[in-house]
Design a protein around this ligand. Structure first.
Ligand code: HEM
Length: 180
């Protein structure tokens, strides 16, 4: 089934979820790598790759939200206790960060005064005017939000493994659609 059910994840949601997992983990690693580099001709393509993947993640999260309006995902499994609400809050925070992080990267890159491009082909409009202060501010925010995302993604994964080990099928449901 493509659509989500009252307690099942449909194929569209599952594909977007796992594609995003791969992209976000790769993007976090690539981001840490480029933040440690002196930008130059030899590594400019890595910056380009990071920006292109970042716009891809932004498009996917917007697509995911749009899809979830059309086909609402099932709520987390289990009783409505503190763990349930913590899982919900973590999901919302991850969504918000996956929108805010690309926007802060886009703003920081705009502030350098260099054209921001997708796949070396399409130039996107600058979000802010070029200035060194703006560049430092937006990249600092980009850095802080990515650290927050790393912490939340870790908690999210540990939570999923814990629930799966307790036997409620939380992880199985995101792989196969149904909890059992
Ligand atoms: C969800 C999407 C994104 C994630 C997870 C992400 C992640 C990261 C991370 C972890 C860093 C290293 C931060 C640090 O240690 O200072 C970084 C740096 C960077 N990001 Fe992103 N990023 C994303 C989207 C974008 C986008 C859309 C752009 C630009 C259009 C961008 C431009 C940059 C640049 C230029 C740097 C290097 C900053 C510096 O040299 O200080 N990022 N990113």
């Amino acid at each position: 089934m493509l659509r989500n059910g009252p307690s099942e994840f449909g194929l569209v949601t599952r594909l977007i979820h796992w594609a995003m997992m791969l992209l976000v983990i790769g993007q976090l690693a690539l981001g840490l790598r480029i933040a440690d580099m002196e930008p130059g001709l030899a590594n400019l393509w890595l910056y380009g790759l990071h920006k292109t993947i970042g716009f891809g993640i932004l498009a996917l999260i917007l697509l995911r939200i749009g899809w979830h309006i059309l086909s609402p995902p099932p709520p987390p499994l289990g009783p409505r206790n503190a763990a349930f609400w913590a899982a919900r809050a973590a999901h919302w925070a991850i969504y918000a960060l996956l929108i805010a992080i690309p926007l802060t990267g886009w703003a920081g890159s705009s502030a350098t005064g260099i054209d921001v491009m997708i796949a070396d082909r399409w130039t996107v409009p600058p979000l802010v005017e070029a200035s060194e202060e703006a560049e430092a501010f937006w990249f600092r925010l980009h850095d802080i939000l990515t650290k927050l995302l790393m912490a939340l993604v870790t908690i999210h994964m540990l939570g999923a493994f814990k629930r799966e080990m307790e036997g409620d099928g939380t992880l199985t449901r995101m792989i196969r659609g149904r909890a059992r």
